[in-house]
Design a binder for this molecule. Structure first.
Ligand code: NAP
Length: 273
């Protein structure tokens, strides 16, 4: 019997998840049906429960529902609990298990696909929204030499540092606080890749040999990546690998089979020009 899965968001028309999971299923001979569902802004829980009642086995969750996904879970993983957000649910009878694969997806993309081990690196996360919250601890677990969060609204960065103080030593501030500091890995986890706005980054923020990583994907050279290139950064990447790697973790969790990600990343990659 075909098992049903879906991605829930609002809006959802842009989602690549149905294509990614179809490609994974073909490659691993898994009999699944995977659709995109636009849940009403005030109807996330009802949509999830309705999908489960119709035989759904699990869902991916994207903006703006990751916090609500965590809240409706009966069994959140430690990762989801620490992030306070979930991007994947699995239904087991009346139980709703939740996990958050954004962090492991990013770390796998950086370390495996982009050959950028994080141990000993100075890492800067730009942004203090849900994406940063989800990736902070998985990055910290890789023994980075230092981990900074810089955000337009500095108080949100400080609040994140305090929330995670028991688990990781973080620095926080506004963008101006970055003056005089350089980083080996600079990750743009703001949504400016979608709005094509530039960030007020001080000169010198990219260390020699740095990697600049834009979490938004499929938008070519975003203003952040253009800033990096203008600062002489050779290694730039967008978030397509993170997207595919987090999907692969969900697929393994649901199906017990690990799909190869390389071919899927190549298929979805938009050239950074
Ligand atoms: P979010 O919770 O809405 O947070 C948005 C962040 O962007 C906040 O830190 C906000 O700063 C900042 N921001 C927005 N406009 C800005 C501007 N003009 N200048 C400076 N900062 C600005 O969003 P999110 O869930 O963290 O997601 C962030 C991005 O990551 C999204 O675009 C999403 O597509 C991408 N993402 C990609 C993947 C992937 O798999 N590749 C996974 C997750 C997320 P303030 O706090 O000051 O408002």
């Amino acid at each position: 019997m075909t098992d049903r899965y879906a991605v829930l968001g609002h809006p959802i028309g842009h989602s690549k998840s149905p294509l990614i999971h179809r490609l994974f299923a073909q490659a691993t001979a898994q009999d699944i049906d995977y659709t995109a569902i636009e849940a009403p802004l005030d109807g996330f829980k009802q949509t999830v429960l309705g999908f489960r009642a119709e035989g759904g086995r699990g869902v991916n969750v994207t903006l703006p529902f990751k916090l609500q996904a965590f809240e409706i879970a009966t069994d959140p993983s430690d990762r989801a609990r620490l992030a306070g957000a979930a991007n994947c649910l699995k239904f087991e009878g009346e139980r709703i298990r939740a996990d958050n694969f954004d962090g492991v997806g990013l770390v796998n993309d950086l370390q495996r696909n982009l050959d950028c081990p994080l141990a000993g690196k100075r890492v800067l996360l730009l942004g203090a929204g849900g994406a940063t919250r989800g990736v902070l601890l998985p990055i910290a677990a890789e023994q980075a030499a230092g981990l900074w969060i810089a955000n337009r609204t500095a108080d949100k960065a400080h609040a994140l540092r305090q929330d995670f103080a028991a688990h990781a030593a973080l620095h926080s501030g506004g963008f101006e606080a970055l003056a005089g500091h350089s980083f080996d890995v600079v990750i743009n986890a703001t949504s400016t890749g979608l709005t094509q706005e530039a960030l007020p980054l001080p000169a010198g923020v990219f260390a020699p040999g740095a990697l600049a990583y834009e979490m938004v994907y499929g938008k070519g050279l975003t203003p952040f990546l253009q800033q990096a290139r203008a600062a002489g950064v050779q290694r730039v990447a967008d978030g397509v690998g993170m997207l595919v790697e987090q999907a692969a973790e969900a697929f393994v969790w649901w199906r017990g089979v690990r799909p190869d990600t390389r071919a899927v990343i190549d298929r979805l990659t938009v050239p950074l020009v």
